[in-house]
Design a protein. Structure first.
Lengths: 234, 107
């Protein structure tokens, strides 16, 4: 039973693996080019484990930025995980508390999206999360280390369509989250806001701002609908 | 390993792990008000749409809604397959297949 639950997490991670292989290898190549060693890439992927954060840190390192600037920028880029971590809370009520610090270590855009898709179908235990996270991170570490080891001799991942694996995954997970017309409306709103903020603000602010605004508007629409149509529920 | 690089990695680890861990560990101990729970339930749709939008609607210079935007073109069959099947694998494979075909014809 436990083994089965762990394996269901491993299986849920497979689409993430498709996406991590090209992105991880691209990161490894870039990191090697600016002079990071294979072991430094390994430890960064093991200890930090954040795709966009690692890319940003490496480009800042190559620009000669200070340690404080690199660490602070990493914090800004990864602060969107606060929202994901909070959004998981209602779904971990039956999970032993000891496992929560461990599960949260593996929260990324991708593992969060897959986990939310699964927990809305049925409750999941800690072994599901651990299977999902360990599989995803193992392939992230492996891909970045391979990228750093073999450098530029890897074939172009575009020839295999791998650069579309991650967007396609987000499309599927988004569709699976949309249950009604309000969901469609909020998704379109978030898309519009994200593009708007990306056009006018640097870095990843578009994700945090568009997410917070969209969720807030979602709550407001709910209040408004309840207020003006007292017969309807939810 | 270079000690400065290692110090940077440790610093990055702390500022990445703490935002991931604190909400889950702290909030799960508390009774969250219904208003906040309601708000949190919209986070998945909002965050997924926000992550996806720049990938398919923008290039390096800004908004790109044109036939030259291969990611956007490949997103169309991916959206259709996702809506019909609600299946992650079918969507990922059809999206990857679509972008290979599209880049052959347009690239």
């Amino acid at each position: 039973m436990k083994r089965k639950e762990f394996l269901s997490g491993v299986k849920a991670a497979l689409p993430i693996v498709f996406g991590y292989i090209p992105v991880g290898m691209a990161f490894g190549v870039l990191a090697a080019q600016i002079g990071l060693t294979v072991s430094e890439v390994f430890f960064m992927s093991l200890l930090v484990y954040a795709g966009s954060g690692q890319f940003v840190a490496v480009s800042l390192m190559s620009a000669g930025a200070s340690a404080v600037a690199i660490i602070f920028t990493t914090f800004l880029v990864n602060s969107r995980h606060i929202l994901m971590s909070a959004a998981l809370v209602p779904h971990v009520r039956n999970i032993p508390r000891w496992s929560l610090p461990l599960i949260s270590y593996g929260i990324t855009d991708e593992t969060f999206a897959v986990a939310m898709g699964e927990v809305t179908k049925e409750n999941k235990g800690e072994l599901f999360f651990l299977g999902l996270n360990i599989t995803s991170q193992s392939f992230w570490i492996l891909s970045t280390v391979i990228g750093a080891s073999i450098g530029n001799i890897i074939p172009d991942p575009r020839a295999f369509g791998l650069h579309f694996a991650m967007p396609a995954m987000f499309i599927a997970l988004l569709i699976m989250q949309i249950k009604n017309k309000k969901g469609i409306l909020l998704a379109m709103l978030a898309i519009g806001l994200s593009i708007l903020f990306k056009s006018i603000l640097p870095g990843n602010w578009n994700i945090i701002l568009a997410t917070i605004l969209t969720a807030t508007i979602g709550v407001m629409i709910e209040k408004w609908t309840v207020k003006y149509s007292p017969s309807s529920s939810g | 390993m270079d000690s400065k690089v290692f110090a940077i990695i440790i610093g990055m680890m702390l500022v990445t792990y703490i935002p991931r861990m604190l909400p889950l560990v702290v909030l799960s101990k508390m009774n969250i008000p219904p208003l906040v729970l309601n708000w949190l339930k919209y986070i998945p749709i909002a965050v997924l749409a926000s992550l996806l939008a720049p990938e398919i609607f923008m290039n390096e210079t800004g908004l790109d809604i044109s036939l030259n935007n291969q990611m956007l073109l490949a997103a169309i069959p991916a959206f259709i397959v996702a809506s019909l099947t609600k299946n992650l694998f079918y969507t990922v494979f059809s999206g990857m297949g679509a972008i290979i075909i599209i880049s052959r014809f347009l690239g």
